[in-house]
Design a protein around this ligand. Sequence first.
Ligand code: UD1
Ligand code: CA
Length: 434
Amino acid sequence: MSKKAISIIILAAGKGSRMKSNKAKVLHNISGKPMLYHIIKASKELSDDITVVIAHQKEQVQEEMEKYFDNLNFSIQDAKKYPGTGGAMKNVTPKYEKVLVLNGDMPLITPKALEGFLEIDADIIMSIFDLQDPSGYGRVIIKENHVQYIVEQKDANDAELNTTTVNAGIYAFSKKLLQEYIPKLQNDNAQKEYYLTDLIKMAKNDNLNIVPLLVNEEHFKGVNSKKDLAEAEEIMQERIRNKWMELGVTMQLPKTIYIDESVVFEGECSVENNCRITGASKIINSHIKAGSVVQESTMIDSDCGPMAHLRPLSHITNSHIGNFVETKKAILKGVKAGHLSYIGDAQIDEGTNIGAGVITCNYDGIKKYKTIIGKNVFVGSDSQLIAPVTVEDDVMIAAGTTLTSGSIASGNLALSRTKLRLVKDFYYKFFSNK
Ligand code: UD1
Ligand code: CA
């Protein structure tokens, strides 16, 4: 979609008290990214003039967004003197004549869903939808097909509360209209706030042309509470899964699979039920079996699980990671680790087999150390490799060995076991005396 001569203002200064959290509402995550991230991402496709209005936790909000985007304008709301969505608009100076205002708690918005606001010519375009349960939203009062005003839930009388047409929270205004009406807003309402929604009443009184645009909750849902957050997450997850299935990823029982928006799949991939894939993970021609968790890791021509845990910075190429294996900061190429292992801060090369129960002991209580294992090494079951340790190519490590710091040269067998002792008839003697 090409960028239009339109300014976008995103209101993100509110506290979000209904979230019952110390974190600013717009920083709560949907599919691994703050709500505000998703809104800015959609806005960036439409406009080169984006202003984010901030106040509550303004430093954190600005810092977080600048990690992902450049060329953002930030406007600081004087939330003490001018609280409310109208107060948020006080200091904003848009570049273009047409201005789109978005609430910062609508993470499901897409560029396509905003298209309608750019196409229609009117003094005000506002978004509405009909809901069975309109609670929380401002009610839109329409008479004879004309929008009269918006009343907030806290200010509404019984008849108004029964209205199921609500304000979705996105508007297109002209810059001129904003400059004229914003300074005139009053705060004579239940919350003693300056409501942006009062602009509708003012425009109506001046006989301006107000066009209501019917939108759907799937794209325009506002997130006020943890319950709303969870509902929005479900919608976003469905979108993410559908996108990847359309691109050829096989998913078994997709509704049980969670995928962050930053995850990328390439080639022939499949994901079984109850998997969770997060962060900047890249999955190429790989198979993730049931119940596995993959965090910020790369898998190429590999499989993992069921119940495997690839923790951040695991790079697994041409390898088999079996059940109950945990990896972290591990570079594995052509490796088999079939059962019950911890492989952390390790580098393991082609043809090496990691037996059941093998542990890289990477932490001495103060610092972390590396384990390096070469090609074609056989690491017997239940061995511990106490890092730092280097095992060269073509080494055998006998089952049950505790390998202490150092280096094992090619061709060696490493074996550390106490000698087996057999005490004849001990069993019978022991129990017959009891
Ligand atoms: C708002 C609308 C309501 C609409 C609903 C749609 C108003 C007065 N009400 O209500 O009609 O149905 O959205 O989701 O606009 N914000 C600021 N500064 C503030 C207060 C809020 O920037 O002083 C920001 C918030 O961070 C948030 C957005 O504005 O992103 C909306 O605020 P919120 O308190 O969620 O408004 P609602 O009560 O949902
Ligand atoms: Ca809201």
